[in-house]
Write a protein that binds this ligand. Structure first.
Ligand code: K2U
Ligand code: ZN
Length: 171
């Protein structure tokens, strides 16, 4: 298994919509393993394939508690088919936008249809942190970032900070 480099803003690839997975095969399962290893190493509770520069519609999640056994989940071609009217607010972060955290409001419950690593069609009804992380990761597959939910002023402050850091790194 390998730890893959995580893309950070302002890399434009993060704004590209990801393409549906055509075949669930051993090569995809190997890539999913590498995504999980990368996610645990970061550490994170979710990761979208685009964040490791692979524009396909696949994401990994593990919202198990630190002292619990790991519960890795892989979602292929995930589609949100139902959302609750009740909202929930979580302080979100993103491995592609390091050291930025913000309270984001999203539907508290979502129903997601997806393929698992055997290629089987599945449906999950999620709430709590899993619902938030699934919505955050599925946004990534559409080129959307959690800072897009911030005010224009706050979003531009974050992007300006990263452009300045990118320039300093380039020197
Ligand atoms: O997309 C990502 O970079 C994964 C995020 C997942 C996340 C989404 C919404 C709310 C919390 C996390 C990373 O895991 S960010 C690192 C992190 C880990 C635990 C809690 C908060 C942030
Ligand atoms: Zn993210």
């Amino acid at each position: 298994m390998s730890i893959l480099p995580i893309v950070v803003i302002p890399d434009p690839i993060l704004r590209e919509p990801s393409k549906p997975v055509e075949r669930v095969d051993d090569s995809l399962r190997k890539f999913a393993d590498n995504m999980l290893e990368t996610m645990y190493d970061a550490p994170g509770v979710g990761l979208a394939a685009i964040q490791v520069a692979e524009p396909i519609r696949m994401l990994t999640v593990d919202v198990s508690e630190k002292e619990e056994e790991r519960q890795p989940q892989v979602f292929i071609n995930p589609k949100i088919v139902q959302v609750s009217d009740t909202p929930n607010v979580y302080e979100e972060g993103c491995l592609s936008i390091p050291d930025v955290y913000a309270e984001i409001e999203r539907p508290a419950e979502v129903t997601v249809e997806y393929l698992d690593l055997s290629g089987e069609q599945k449906t999950i009804k999620a709430d709590g942190l899993l619902a938030t992380v699934l919505q955050h990761e599925i946004d990534h597959l559409d080129g959307k970032l959690f800072i897009d939910y911030l005010s224009k002023l706050k979003r531009e402050m974050v992007i300006r900070k990263f452009k300045k850091l990118a320039k300093q790194r380039a020197i």
